[in-house]
Design a protein around this ligand. Structure first.
Ligand code: SF4
Length: 305
């Protein structure tokens, strides 16, 4: 099993990913977690590519991530709660311009609904300031696309919220969680995502991240985890096995539903046999170019954002 760096940049995925010729497929932590959670959910999202209307929770997660990213553009001394609050409305305007479907979350003229929404984003930012002081941090990377090739032919990649590098070279991967869903329903998925990033960093930089950090903004809580190389090696095998299972399921066109508490956040219940629905015919063209999957976040509240 070999691995090699492919890209480590803040460019858009379409522009940035130049995969070596042996690569046959790519897998993001969100898509891998989908398959682990429910194979049919993976199919709906990655093969049928069914659209999902953004929910207010997802939009709030996207907004808070955008504000936290921009916050670090400011000089250290200016990264105050007030500055973060001042970024909320302009960042929302920017997001709506870039993703016009977000505007549909609020009926025309519903200024009170929008104001409530923006206030709820500001409240999550207060949770952030309760656990970190950004004036004391200089992140090495933010919203960075990282990737590596494992097993010679599988490109694994994802977006880090933030990477901190200590003077001694130690890496800390930081992920902001903004969802209001019960944490226990999503914690395993969140940790899976962080180990995925840790594996990419280990394979591309030769350093096992010292800390994988989840920042739960709603609860103003920090959850730290320290992986080791043996664990990441096992995790790599898990990811490759997962991909093989996805390939097998694709070949057999057999993606079964696996109901769980996460069904409450699934957009596709109407098409799911577990809820009396019927999936659409399996697409004849297959999943398409595996290297063109979309930006992975947000997908489900508390899971990917
Ligand atoms: S409703 Fe539940 S079982 Fe059905 S596809 Fe969605 S997550 Fe899977």
């Amino acid at each position: 099993m070999t691995a090699e760096p492919v890209i480590d940049t803040q460019e858009s995925p379409a522009a940035a990913v130049v995969a070596p010729p042996t690569v046959r497929a790519s897998l993001s932590p969100s898509r891998a977690a989908d398959f682990k959670t429910c194979p049919l959910l993976y199919r709906f999202r990655s093969i049928d590519r069914l659209p999902e209307r953004p929910t207010p929770e997802q939009a709030r997660g996207t907004l808070v991530h955008a504000v936290l990213e921009r916050l670090f553009d400011l000089p250290a001394a200016a990264r105050t709660p007030q500055s973060a609050g001042d970024l909320v409305a302009p960042q929302w305007d920017r997001l709506v311009t870039e993703q016009p479907e977000l505007a549909a979350l609020f009926a025309e003229g519903d200024t009170a609904g929008l104001a409530d929404f923006l206030r709820s984003a500001a409240a999550l930012l207060e949770g952030y300031f309760a656990v970190e002081d950004p004036r004391r941090l200089e992140p090495a990377e933010r919203e960075a696309l990282i990737s590596a090739v494992v097993d010679d032919e599988l490109l694994i990649r994802g977006y880090l919220d933030r990477l901190d590098v200590a003077p001694d070279g130690a890496l800390r991967v930081v992920d902001y969680k903004t969802g209001g869903a019960p944490r226990e329903a999503f914690e395993a998925r969140a940790l899976f995502q962080l180990k995925f990033y840790a594996l990419v960093l280990w394979r591309t930089r030769g350093v096992v991240p010292r800390v994988l950090r989840l920042l739960y903004l709603k609860d103003a809580e920090v959850c730290d985890y320290s992986p080791d190389a043996d664990e990441l090696l096992r995790f790599e095998r898990t990811v490759v096995a997962l991909w093989q299972a996805i390939e097998q399921a694709t070949e057999r066109q057999d993606f079964r539903p696996r109901p769980s508490r996460l069904c409450d956040w699934c957009s596709h219940q109407a098409l799911c046999p577990s809820f009396g629905g019927t999936p659409p015919p399996f697409p004849a063209t297959g999943p398409g170019d595996p290297l063109t999957d979309a930006r992975s976040r947000p997908i489900a509240p508390g899971a990917d954002e």
